[in-house]
Write a protein that binds this ligand. Structure first.
Ligand SMILES: C[S@@+](CC[C@H](N)C(=O)[O-])C[C@H]1O[C@@H](n2cnc3c(N)ncnc32)[C@H](O)[C@@H]1O
Length: 322
């Protein structure tokens, strides 16, 4: 596993170089690069300013030596789960990408329909638990269409900064367009980033969030390590994610709903029942509340706690870097 210190050393020695480029909208879906901004505040400002405009997403190419790329991609496990299926580890990212490519255009509508609008309350509560203040820096990973980022942008104000990131270009483009349409601009930046390989400096953000994203990530522990690394001491991470209902009757009703209603809704609204079956399966495969808390503790988070909402259908985990 790549240790942050190695990445830092590479950055300092200049082994990681940066090159900006524009992508055609067609290529964007296949682009899983990192926007590497570490230690280049001037470049960071330049690139993120362009990202703030409409049009193709501007990415940064981050050249990482081959040995390091292998360290980043190699794993001892040969397979992992994609919903209930076991798939080769190297294939999961592509499969997840096709799910979100397929649902991006109907994502917000489906969220409202599937949760009866309750996802808005879960997100509002997450933002409250984050305790972010004016002037702070927030990183939203797997931020998709920007629900959390939009709320944080209002709180941090013009002195603060929110970075909305997602690995998927289609989701990120929707988030960017939506925020611009809502007039949320100036303190929000956009970057296509894999939560497992974050290009940000160590000790940088006051708060890092990942909403309904962690269960899609191939190596969850690696993403948590990266979240810990980029937080400044005193900063906190919040993981908003589907979890495990705390009562049996609720669990049964929820299973029935997830495996019957959701795929039908997916077919009717998004013309895609398979992706919504994956949603139901991936939720069942996600670690339960206590396991996720232990995973956070393992990477160094302290004062880890979780808040069950809607009977544990969703849990919000919070941990501090102290
Ligand atoms: C269910 S959506 C959540 C979007 C948003 N956070 C929300 O709460 O509405 C999950 C998002 O995770 C993103 N994602 C999946 N794997 C990722 C990874 N390894 N790194 C960053 N984002 C990822 C997907 O592209 C998708 O946009």
């Amino acid at each position: 596993m790549l240790r942050p210190s190695l990445l830092e050393r590479e950055r300092k020695s200049g082994a990681i170089r940066h090159r900006s480029f524009r992508q055609s909208p067609k290529d964007q879906a296949g682009f899983a690069a990192s926007a590497s901004l570490a230690g280049r505040p001037h470049l960071q400002r330049l690139v993120l300013a362009v990202l703030d405009t409409e049009g193709p997403i501007l990415g940064l190419w981050c050249r990482i030596p081959l040995s390091q790329q292998q360290a980043l991609t190699m794993t001892e496990d040969k397979t992992t789960h994609f919903g209930y299926k076991q798939v080769p580890v190297g294939e999961k990212g592509g499969l997840v990408r096709s799910v979100f490519d397929s649902v991006a255009s109907r994502y917000d509508l489906m969220n409202d329909l599937m949760s009866f609008g309750i996802h808005r309350l879960w997100k509002r509560y997450t933002v409250e638990l984050a305790g972010v203040r004016g002037g702070q820096r927030v990183l939203d990973l797997a931020g998709g269409t920007g629900d959390l980022a939009a709320r944080f942008a209002g709180i941090v104000g013009s002195e603060g900064e929110v970075v909305l990131t997602d690995i998927n270009a289609a989701m990120l483009a929707r988030g960017r367009d939506r925020l611009i349409d809502e007039g949320i601009a100036g303190n929000v930046h956009f970057a296509q980033v894999d939560a497992e390989r974050q290009p940000f400096p160590t000790d940088h953000f006051d708060c890092v969030t990942i909403g309904f994203g962690l269960r899609n990530v191939t190596h969850k522990q690696r993403a948590l390590e990266e979240m810990f690394r980029v937080l400044r001491p005193g900063g906190r991470a919040l993981v908003l994610e589907f979890s495990h209902p705390t009562s049996k009757p609720l669990s049964k009703a929820y299973d029935l709903y997830s495996f019957t209603v959701l795929p039908i809704l997916g077919r009717l609204v998004a013309d895609d029942s398979t992706s919504y079956r994956y949603l139901a399966e991936s939720i069942r495969m996600h670690p339960d509340q206590d396991t996720l808390r232990a995973m956070m503790e393992q990477v160094g988070f302290e004062r880890c706690t979780y808040f069950n909402v809607t009977g544990g259908i969703v849990a919000i985990h919070r941990g501090y870097k102290l």
